[in-house]
Design a binder for this molecule. Structure first.
Ligand code: SF4
Length: 282
């Protein structure tokens, strides 16, 4: 028998729930096709489900024509893409998370004031790319303490942080920037939804033999949740779907904790729980 304990914070976060609601409203009663550039969220199961309901990912604006409808994903997009869409007569459904919009507003304001904008985050992440597009000339994007040490010769700057970054890591980087930059304004734009999820996972981990982290393999907040478990010495497995569970991971009497990324749909969680019940009953 296995005992499964589910974290009190699982499934879609506020921003993803909101995006899904706006997309459902955009789809209306069915029969309509709307488009996204790239995946709307970093979860293959949710993307496949949306496809079956009429949300089609495309790789560029060239595939769209006047009158089409385009989703701006929760991570936001570069402003020039929005301008291009408007110029082509494309209707927009903007699902950019309000917390990401806040970061975008801060960088626009700081760029307007003539501050060099520094973004702490992963330069390849869509949220960071979208924010950098609003940050004035040549924003600095850093993700490590070493990169922060190399930031020199800037007198006046402003910082925002990728919403899903670990606060501890970000604060270490900011400490270093404060040593190098005399006038530094810091906006703590880390999303509380991800902080609370990490705290709940750590709390859960104290009481179980293993933590199962469920979420998209391309989801940065899920990867960070898993990495946090590993860094804390917690036995953890990262799965995207129930099919990936290997019964040999468990022994009779184990207590298994379950946590998820912010873009993991409830039905994926239900499938994982059903598979764990099956294994437990064997
Ligand atoms: S993790 Fe936070 S910032 Fe990202 S979509 Fe969810 S609520 Fe918004």
């Amino acid at each position: 028998m296995l005992e499964v304990i589910v974290s009190p914070i699982t499934g879609f976060c506020f921003g993803v729930k909101r995006a899904m609601r706006l997309i459902a409203e955009g789809l209306g009663n069915g029969g309509r096709t709307i488009y996204s550039i790239g995946d709307v969220i970093h979860n293959s199961q949710a993307v496949e489900d949306l496809k079956s309901r009429g949300v089609i990912p495309v790789s560029s604006m060239d595939e769209l024509s006047e009158g089409d409808t385009l989703i701006i994903r929760a991570h936001g997009v570069m402003p020039d893409l929005i301008e291009e869409a408007r110029g082509k007569g494309i209707e927009l459904i903007d699902t950019t998370c309000p917390f990401v919009q806040k970061s975008q507003k801060y960088v626009r304001q700081m760029a307007y004031e003539g501050r060099k904008v520094i973004i702490i985050g992963d330069s390849s992440h869509p949220e960071v790319r979208a924010i950098s597009g609003q940050a004035g000339p040549a924003p600095v994007i850093i993700s490590t303490l070493e990169e922060a040490k190399a930031v020199k010769g800037i007198d006046r700057a402003g910082v925002v942080i990728q919403t899903t970054l670990s606060r501890e890591k970000a604060m270490r980087i900011i400490g270093q920037l404060e040593d190098n930059i005399p006038d530094l304004r810091v906006h703590d734009t880390i999303c509380q939804a991800t902080v609370l999820r990490r705290e709940a996972t750590l709390e859960l981990a104290r009481d179980v033999d293993m933590v199962l982290v469920v979420g998209g393999k391309g989801s940065s907040n899920t990867k960070r949740l898993f990495q946090m478990c590993i860094d804390e010495g917690i036995t953890a497995r990262f799965i995207e779907t129930a099919d990936e569970i290997d019964p040999s991971w468990f022994k009779d009497g184990d207590r298994i904790g379950l946590t998820t990324g912010t873009s993991t749909p409830d039905w994926v969680i239900d499938d994982v729980l059903a598979r764990l019940r099956e294994i437990s009953d064997c």
